[in-house]
Design a protein around this ligand. Structure first.
Ligand SMILES: NC(=O)c1ccc[n+]([C@@H]2O[C@H](COP(=O)([O-])OP(=O)(O)OC[C@H]3O[C@@H](n4cnc5c(N)ncnc54)[C@H](OP(=O)(O)O)[C@@H]3O)[C@@H](O)[C@H]2O)c1
Length: 299
C-alpha cells in the first residue's frame, strides 16, 4: 500500500465547517489513491489549503442590469468575492452608481449604459468592455423587464420589448463574449430567468415566453460550449423584493405569499448568493441547469 502523499499530509489544521468538507474530500482522494485509481481530472477545484480565499479572485465579470435590484446585488457580491465588474445598465446614472460601489469594495469597475435589446449597441459595448477590462471570465445576463397584460389585450410592442430585452439581450451579450471565453477555454455564463419561465403566469405570456426561451437558450449554449470548459446555467428566481415587484399591491402580495412554501418574498441577496455559487469553483461540474431560488414555489 502506498503512503499518504506529503502535500495532503501537510494540509493546514482543520477548524471550520469548510475545512471539514475538505477533510472528508481528502479522505476520499486518499482512498482513491490507495486503490490505485487516477482521479486527477475529477478533483474539485475547491482549494483545501486556503478555505478563506476569495471565491472569485482575479476574475472579471460582466453583469447586465447591474444598476438596480438583483443585478446590483450580484455585482456587489462578486466584487466582495474578489471580482472586477463591468456594470451594464440602461441608464448611465445607475451603471455609474453601482460601479462606484464596486470600487468602494476595492475592485476595478467599469460603467456602461447599453440597451441590451439593441444588438448593435451590445456588440459595440462588448468590444469596449474587452478593450478596457482586457478579458471577461463571467457573464451574468440579468437585464430584464415586464410589460404585463392578458393575451387578448397584449400588443406587439409589449411582446417585442420583453422578448428583445430578456431573450435577445442575453443572446447578443453571450455572442459578444463567446469567442473570448472559447479561446480562454474557461468561463461562466449565468442567465437570470424566472420561475414564471417554468410554470407560466396568467398576465405574463410575453415575460414567461422570454424566460422559458432563456432556459432553452441556456441548455443549448451549455451543450455548445461544454467542451471548451465553459459552463452555462440559469437561475430561476421566484418573487424577489425589487422595483419589479414593488408595483404589487398589498392584496396581490398576500396572495403571492400564500403560494410560497417558505412564506415570504426573497431578497436580492438570495439570488446573488446563488449566482456566486454558479460562478465559483465549487460549481465547476454543473452546466445546463436551472436553479430555482424561490422559497419552494416550484418543486
Ligand atoms: N424581482 C423578481 O421578483 C424577479 C423574479 C424572477 C426573475 N427576475 C429577473 O431578474 C432580473 C432582474 O430583475 P430585478 O427585479 O432586479 O429588476 P429591476 O429592479 O427592475 O432592475 C432591472 C435592471 O435591468 C436593467 N434593464 C432593464 N432593461 C434594460 C435594457 N433594455 N438594457 C439594459 N439594462 C436594462 C435596468 O436598468 P436601469 O437601472 O438603468 O433602468 C435595471 O438595472 C430580470 O431579468 C428579471 O426578469 C426578477
Amino acid at each position: 500500500m502506498r503512503g499518504r502523499p506529503t502535500r495532503r499530509a501537510n494540509a493546514i489544521p482543520l477548524a471550520s465547517a469548510e475545512d471539514a468538507v475538505c477533510k472528508s474530500l481528502q479522505g476520499v482522494f486518499y482512498l482513491i489513491d490507495i486503490v490505485g485509481v487516477s482521479a486527477e481530472n475529477c478533483r474539485p477545484t475547491l482549494d483545501c489549503r486556503n478555505p478563506t480565499m476569495s471565491q472569485l479572485a482575479n476574475q472579471i465579470a460582466v453583469v447586465t442590469g447591474a444598476g438596480r435590484g438583483i443585478g446590483r446585488a450580484i455585482a456587489l457580491k462578486f466584487a466582495a468575492e474578489g471580482a472586477d465588474v463591468a456594470c451594464v445598465s440602461r441608464t448611465v446614472e445607475n451603471a455609474e452608481k453601482v460601479a462606484l460601489e464596486v470600487r468602494a469594495l476595492g475592485r476595478r469597475a467599469w460603467a456602461y449604459a447599453v440597451d441590451v435589446a439593441d444588438s448593435a449597441s451590445v456588440e459595440a459595448a462588448g468590444a469596449r468592455i474587452l478593450a478596457e477590462a482586457g478579458r471577461v471570465d463571467i457573464l451574468v445576463n440579468n437585464a430584464g423587464v415586464t410589460r404585463d397584460g392578458l393575451l387578448m389585450r397584449m400588443g406587439d410592442e409589449d411582446w417585442d420589448l420583453v422578448m428583445d430585452t430578456n431573450l435577445k439581450g442575453a443572446f447578443s451579450f453571450t455572442k459578444a463574449f463567446a469567442r473570448g471565453l472559447i479561446k480562454q477555454r474557461a468561463g461562466r455564463i449565468i442567465n437570470v430567468a424566472s420561475v414564471v419561465g417554468l410554470i407560466g403566469n396568467a398576465g405574463q405570456c410575453n415575460y414567461a415566453a422570454s424566460k422559458a426561451g432563456l432556459i432553452g437558450f441556456t441548455k443549448s449554449v451549455a451543450r455548445e460550449l461544454a467542451s471548451r470548459g465553459i459552463t452555462v446555467n440559469a437561475l430561476a428566481p421566484g418573487f424577489i423584493e425589487t422595483d419589479m415587484t414593488a408595483v404589487l399591491n398589498e392584496q396581490s402580495r398576500a396572495e403571492l405569499v400564500k403560494r410560497i412554501p417558505l412564506g415570504c418574498l426573497g431578497q436580492t441577496g438570495d439570488i446573488a448568493e446563488a449566482a456566486l455559487f454558479l460562478a465559483s469553483p465549487a460549481a465547476r461540474y454543473i452546466t445546463g441547469q436551472v436553479l430555482a431560488v424561490d422559497g419552494g414555489m416550484v418543486m
